[in-house]
Design a protein around this ligand. Sequence first.
Ligand SMILES: Cc1cc2nc3c(=O)[nH]c(=O)nc-3n(C[C@H](O)[C@H](O)[C@H](O)COP(=O)(O)OP(=O)(O)OC[C@H]3O[C@@H](n4cnc5c(N)ncnc54)[C@H](O)[C@@H]3O)c2cc1C
Length: 803
Amino acid sequence: MKSDARVVVIGGGVVGASVLYHLTKAGWKDALLIERGELTCGSTWHAAGGMHTLNGDPNVARLQQYTINLYKELEKISGQSCGLHMPGGIMLAGTRERFDWLKMAKARGRYLGMELELISADEAARVFPIIDKKHFVGALLDPIEGHVDPYGVTHAYAKAAQIGGAQVVRHTRVTDLKARGDGSWDVITEAGNVHAEHVVNAGGLWAREVGRMVGLELPILAMQHQYLITEDLPALKGQKELLTCIDFEGEIYTRQERGGVLLGTYERAGVPWSPLQTPWDFTQSLLPEDLDRIAPSLEVGFRHFPALAEAGIRKVVNGPFTFAPDGNPLVGPVRGLRNFWVACGVMAGFSQGGGVGLTLSQWMVEGDPGADVWGMDVARYGDWATLPYTNAKVRENYSRRFRIRFPNEELSAARPLRTTPVYERLQAEHAVFGDYCGLEHALWFAPSAAEATEDITFHRSNAHPHVAAECQAVREAVGLLEISNYGKFEVTGPGTKEWLSYVMANRVPKVGRIALTPMLNERGKLIGDFTLCRLAAERVFLICTYAAQEHYRRWFERHAPPPGVTVRPCAMEYVGLSLAGPRSRSLLQGLTREDLSSAAFPFLSFRRLDVGMIPALVGRISFTGDLGYEIWVTSEYQRALYDLLVGAGAEQGLKLLGGRALNTLRIEKSFGTWAREYRPIYGPYEAGLGRFVDLEKGDFVGRAAALEERDSGGALRLVSFTVDASDADASGDEPVWHDGKVVGWVTSGAYGHSVRQSLALGYIPAALAGEASGFEIEIIGERRKALRQSAAVFDPDGSRMRA
Ligand SMILES: Cc1cc2nc3c(=O)[nH]c(=O)nc-3n(C[C@H](O)[C@H](O)[C@H](O)COP(=O)(O)OP(=O)(O)OC[C@H]3O[C@@H](n4cnc5c(N)ncnc54)[C@H](O)[C@@H]3O)c2cc1C
């Protein structure tokens, strides 16, 4: 084994091998993979090898497409067969709702370029003859599905990487990692040390243990997973290979395995494996089979696939593989550790392994993943994702693998975990809560405890009239919203202004003022949106998206401030309440000696005020687009502030509102939000944020690319639509049609109660941005007429928020 390498990849499962191949392809040929056993000896060797293109996150779906399309190239380069079988796949729906879900999946597939086809139960039985069609209402066909040989794929990656210059060392365990002062690593192994500039943790079943070598507790848990293989089925003899299949109601997947069928299931009472520590002596091993545990799924399976009930079972496999709490991979650089990268938690190595390798290699070599990888960025989890939290969420996710996730559905595991001081008060007002980064926040308020449960549906739910009333209160009187679930930073010290001016695209505001600003990467794409509130010459309070806080912290490490400037995350230190609506000023004025008139405290002011007896930071701004104030206090004051505002608000018609109403109100104003309208695939001019980019202020990250985008106009445009919907609104990821062709996609949608119209925001080609008509948005399989609006549908000139 060599003693120096540019990069050491720890782990020779399908993921580590893919990372190695992609690194050499991207030009890092001095790459070394270290594997403690044989390649594939972790979770890879016993995988069923199935692959699918569908994923809840379209950006992850794109990477899955990439992976599947890669195998032929890989075979050619390596000369190693991947055992590629591409018979196509069928997804069976046993209920109307599931069929609706498939219609939505097909719709989403349209702008991903997927050729999906909806078929009836009769047709399903024709193309997939082993089912009893009476259990199904229809199905979706996907020609790009199949299965591979896990051994073949992993060795093909490794061989292709070796051809590209990489080295693979087997039977050598990495026992420790020691950081050097210059950011490089000493990789300590059983066979000596390697000095490496970069280290990749692709440790699969042992990724947690490798993480612990550097003080990192990754939110990963392995689950036991079982599949069985039947004896040969006479019906399959001489026939072309069966489609791969997912039976959602049975929670079963199948594919042909020689003359028989492989049938696997994600049982509801899934069992974690080695929840605290993965044993090092588990090599090319399996777990004892436990057919009783999957018996309920098998019973359904044998009813749905009668031919399988008659075939004997040839083999049962029970093996562990790892998951992150949301089931998507954990990829990227780790904050606080220089040159340390992860590629783990990959639960579908044969659909996702190629995309993970591509992304990580681009990130390492180019400094940027090259695509929108938010859905699998390791930075989406913070300290709150402890091991017990991960355990609860992974078990929940595993049990729901084949269940529908409705757009208004909140999951219950690991809750309540984090609550703010006003939680019980909101609960007493019958709040229906949602979970955001483990933090409870009110979604809407029911009139009574008995009604405080939301029906989960693709259509408008029982929350609809209550959300309408909350919106009405904001537009006509005053609403009170808890806003603690925003991310916050405090930047202080000499040089604060200059550093912020360099990392943000807009000008830093004057003292006492607020500025909205995008944050761009070097490619000029959106990687954040911030509210900068300048309290003093050298003290700026930053408000942002809480879920992205770790991602921002990592970025702020990369573009580190000069000595003397401190960047302090303080999200949960400052909790907040917001007042919005035409009566918000008179309400707040009654509680403070400060003059709140528009002349004295205009729109976008930010100051330290006393509200009653409570010291607060108050900004004159509201995401509702109405006159409003955001009031931030340290947490010990939040209950007193709440009581004060609610007490004083009674005579102003104050009503509590939740996140659902806020979403509607911001869409009425065409205000975008991070992870929906603002993502790293869009530029600021495309996203309508050009007015918040100050190209005149001097250099800043992404300036050259932003300038280019301003001059070219960019390829896309964020636009708003009114939609001719009936009882279901767009919620995101629906295709936008124009003149019979899919031209774009929806990023957010809701019913606009103030304007009594269904609304959607979405991206279309810039060339079409001048068109008003000819658009349609596909909602649950039906194309609905949509009119592009040239301005926000509510208060287009913004006079209300400036009043
Ligand atoms: C029963 C079953 C069926 C499955 N079916 C499918 C399927 O149909 N389709 C699909 O896409 N996925 C399937 N999977 C999941 C798939 O197996 C995983 O997604 C994939 O194997 C993950 O690969 P990995 O490289 O991340 O992890 P692993 O395969 O666990 O690889 C990690 C490697 O790192 C090595 N390692 C760890 N620590 C060290 C160290 N300190 N020093 C040196 N080496 C180290 C290990 O020895 C191991 O070889 C299935 C899994 C199971 C259990």
